[in-house]
Structure formats: structure tokens, C-alpha cells
Design a protein around this ligand. Structure first.
Ligand SMILES: [Zn+2]
Length: 256
């Protein structure tokens, strides 16, 4: 049986996983799934100067999606976003004191989206605060009196429900984004012409390996299996090298 402490920790982990993967999921909506290469994680890096500030992204329900390229990713994003926002609205009704405290969640109404306008990232952070029972003690004011706590502690029943749904959403996002050991087509290793493979696993940043092994002269470390590996921080260099290789191929003597 799951203890309260475990449920709390796993719910927080799920909420963090959701918001950490949110940028990838939004990118996936704009990437055709059948393309395979580049995967959404890398297309972000490949779009030079196109910074993604996910915290500033308006909620999907408030945005236009004239031509989503990956309907599976859009379905996942809409379902998770609606689920998170609905839980925030629900908990705000149960757990939140009256007043104009800036920590309050404002529920959606006929007058507007309320706190949903701040986007999913902020909603996940707010929910995490409720899961961790933050701001649930009376607070001393400047005049020495105490004001009621802004929030009530989360009941075990509500924690158990959040524990179930947030982990399901986090898993669904990973499944939607899940790509494993995908060969990189038409892009041999720039150092040894070996075959490159993209590795993505739930919970890990993507990496690329060269099949040649230690004989490959690429300036990166070897992985456990003795392959040159470009970890997340090195991928931008590899993509640069791949771009330069293509350029050389085009301007060099034709081999065909
Ligand atoms: Zn190589």
C-alpha cells in the first residue's frame, strides 16, 4: 500500500515530469509524427534562434491550432492540460481561503479563463504547492496579528486521486514522446561515416551514438558499450557538424 509520504513524493515527481516535458510536447504537435527525423526534441535545437519560453506559452485551449501536424500529441496535450486545470479549479474551491492573496488560484468563469491564462507550467507549480501542504499555517501580519492560512492541507483522499491521475498523465506524455534507438537516416557520423543512432528514453535527455566504436575520432566520450556518444550538451555541436558535412558534400566534387 502506498504511504502518504510516497504518494506525495510521486505526485510531485509526476507534476515536475509533466511541466519539464511540456515544451517537447508542444513542439511535437508541430512536428509530423511520420517524419521520424528530426525528433521534436532536436528540432528545437535545430531551429536556430527560435527560443521556446514554455512559461510564456498561453494555454492550448486559448490558442489557435490551425494545422496541428501530430494529432496524437495534440490529444495528449489537451487532455493533460484540461485535467491539470480542472484539478486546480476544484482544489481552489476546497482548499483556498477567501481574499486577494496573489497565491490564490482563480477559477475559470464566464468572465475569463482565470489563472488558466498563466498556462500549464504555473498550474503544475500551484498544484505542487497544494500537494506539499505549502502555506497551510496562519501567517503573522505586520501588526503582529495572525491571518488565516491561505490554504488548507490536502486530504488523503484528494492526494490519492492526484497521485493516480498525475502519474497517468506523466506516463501518457512520455508514451506520446517516446522514441527509442532510432537510426538517423542520411546523416553518417561526420568523423568516421559510421551509422548514427538516436536514443531517447523516458526520463532521460536524448543522446546520439556512433556505431563505429572507439575507432571513431569524434571529440566526445565513449558510452558503456564503447560507442562515441553525444549527450544532450554535445548535441548542438553534432548538429552543427552534420550541417557542415552536408554543406561540404554539396560544394565538393560530385561522387555520383
Ligand atoms: Zn563516428
Amino acid at each position: 500500500m502506498t504511504t502518504t509520504a510516497t504518494a506525495r513524493r510521486e505526485t510531485v515527481e509526476a507534476l515536475r515530469s509533466i511541466r519539464e516535458r511540456w515544451a517537447e510536447l508542444l513542439l511535437a504537435i508541430e512536428t509530423p509524427p511520420e517524419a521520424g527525423w528530426p525528433p521534436p526534441q532536436l528540432s528545437q535545437l535545430m531551429r536556430a534562434g527560435d527560443e521556446l519560453l514554455v512559461e510564456d506559452r498561453a494555454p492550448l485551449v486559448l490558442r489557435e491550432h490551425p494545422a496541428p501536424l501530430n494529432l496524437g500529441a495534440l490529444d495528449t496535450a489537451l487532455a493533460v492540460e484540461a485535467g491539470i486545470f480542472d484539478r486546480c479549479d476544484f482544489l481552489a474551491g476546497y482548499q483556498q481561503a477567501e481574499g486577494d492573496d496573489p497565491r490564490r488560484w482563480h477559477t475559470m468563469s464566464e468572465h475569463g479563463p482565470g489563472s488558466r491564462a498563466h498556462g500549464l507550467h504555473w498550474a503544475c507549480v500551484w498544484l505542487e504547492g497544494r500537494v506539499l501542504d505549502e502555506d497551510t499555517a496562519p501567517e503573522e501580519q505586520l501588526d503582529g496579528t495572525y491571518a488565516p492560512a491561505p490554504f488548507l492541507p490536502l486530504s488523503e483522499f484528494l492526494l490519492a486521486e492526484l497521485h493516480t491521475v498525475t502519474r497517468a498523465w506523466a506516463r501518457r506524455i512520455l508514451r506520446t514522446l517516446g522514441v527509442r534507438d532510432t537510426p538517423v537516416p542520411d546523416h553518417p557520423c561526420p568523423w568516421c561515416a559510421g551509422e548514427l543512432t538516436l536514443h531517447t528514453a523516458p526520463g532521460d535527455a536524448p543522446s546520439i551514438t556512433c556505431a563505429t566504436g572507439p575507432a571513431c575520432t569524434a571529440p566526445v566520450d565513449l558510452d558503456r558499450r564503447g560507442r562515441r556518444v553525444w549527450e544532450w550538451g554535445d548535441l548542438i555541436d553534432l548538429i552543427g557538424a552534420l550541417g557542415a558535412g552536408e554543406l561540404l558534400g554539396r560544394v565538393g566534387p560530385s561522387t555520383s
